[in-house]
Design a protein around this ligand. Structure first.
Ligand code: HSE
Length: 331
């Protein structure tokens, strides 16, 4: 098995290396690609140094079986043909192809088999907030159809990349030193603040991030579910949180919901309010599951249920999901 990573030096590329190693992904050869800037850097993988090559339009992908691509939508669009033309499957982390009809959009806990039908050799990984949402929703969908979901996200700096994480850390230091904080990766200062805007606004007043939750959820779940989201950037370093309200076609009890979450693939329940036990990003960064807690009835809706989720944006929201797709393909 010959595996390639495109965008090795980024936060997701680095996590891909860790996830492939931790999960003993069966590979005989690993090729690493990056921009001209990162070409020449090398990374240790299973005791061997592997050098990053510059991504170019050539035959480097000739014998590659699976390419994980995480270098931004522009790179994915420009290089998809080069990467797939000899038969490599491209598992793409960008939003470039997600909503195209001939590109499956896959979260293995929900629609793994969609990965088997990729006529263009491209399989898309969803946005991090969607991956986390659908894993939790699927648990309930198994027992009662979900008609609509309202979601409020609390998104960590990691979602904006490694440089943004550094900017948040720098902002706190600068403020302590009485300096003007650097603001370049976020719309505003994030330290001691939150920003009710992730990505740019679209014509309907929602941001692109919020519309991804609407569109991608429907595609992955093969459902007519209505999703309305407010996406917020918070000064958390890593792992996104989501408050979710759902309406099901029949009322479901908290006990039923807890049992469904407990049985669901990819979900772990932390829900003991009297002991102040619920999921929080600080302790759950770097972990694989989607954690669910604070499960309760929606007081404003007889058929409603509300709960809280936390999941690591770089793992289930990106690298882990991509590797799980690859594992499914070779299983
Ligand atoms: N778009 C997400 C965010 C990242 O900005 O948090 C998803 O990986």
């Amino acid at each position: 098995m010959k595996i390639a990573i495109v965008g090795t030096s980024g936060a997701v590329g680095q996590e891909l290396l860790r996830v492939l190693d931790e999960r003993n992904f069966p590979l005989d050869e690993l090729l690493l690609f990056g921009s001209s800037r990162s070409a020449g850097t090398s990374y240790n993988f299973r005791g061997k140094q592997v050098e990053v090559k510059e991504l170019q339009h050539n035959d480097d992908f000739k014998d590659v079986d699976i390419a994980f691509v995480s270098a931004g939508g522009g790179t994915s669009l420009e290089f998809a043909e080069t990467i797939t033309k000899y038969g490599a499957i491209m598992i793409d982390n960008s939003s470039a192809f997600r909503m195209q009809d001939d590109v499956p959009l896959v979260v293995p806990e929900v629609n793994a088999e969609d990965a088997l039908n990729s006529p263009r050799g491209i399989i898309a990984n969803p946005n991090c907030t969607t991956a986390q949402l659908v894993v939790a929703l699927q648990a309930i969908e198994e027992i009662a159809h979900i008609k609509r979901a309202h979601v409020a996200t609390y998104q960590a700096a990691s979602g904006a990349g490694a440089a943004a994480m550094q900017e948040l850390e720098d902002q706190y230091k600068q403020l302590v030193n009485g300096e003007e904080p650097t603001v370049s990766k976020f719309a505003y200062q994030l330290a001691y603040n939150l920003i009710p805007q992730v990505d740019v606004f679209t014509d309907n007043g929602y941001t692109k991030e919020e519309m991804k939750m609407y569109n991608e959820t429907r595609k992955i779940m093969h459902s007519n579910i209505e999703v309305s989201a407010t996406c917020v950037r918070v000064p958390v370093m890593r792992a996104h949180s989501e408050a979710i309200w759902i309406e099901t076609e029949r009322p479901i009890s908290v006990e039923e919901a807890r049992e469904a979450f407990s049985k669901a693939k990819g979900v772990e329940v932390i829900d003991n309010p009297s002991a102040r036990e619920y999921p929080m990003p600080l302790g759950l960064s770097g972990k694989d599951p989607v954690y669910v807690g604070r499960i309760r009835k929606d007081l404003a809706n007889e058929n409603g249920l509300t709960f809280w989720t936390v999941s690591d944006q770089i793992r289930k929201g990106a690298a882990l999901n991509a590797v799980q797709i690859a594992e499914y393909l070779i299983s």
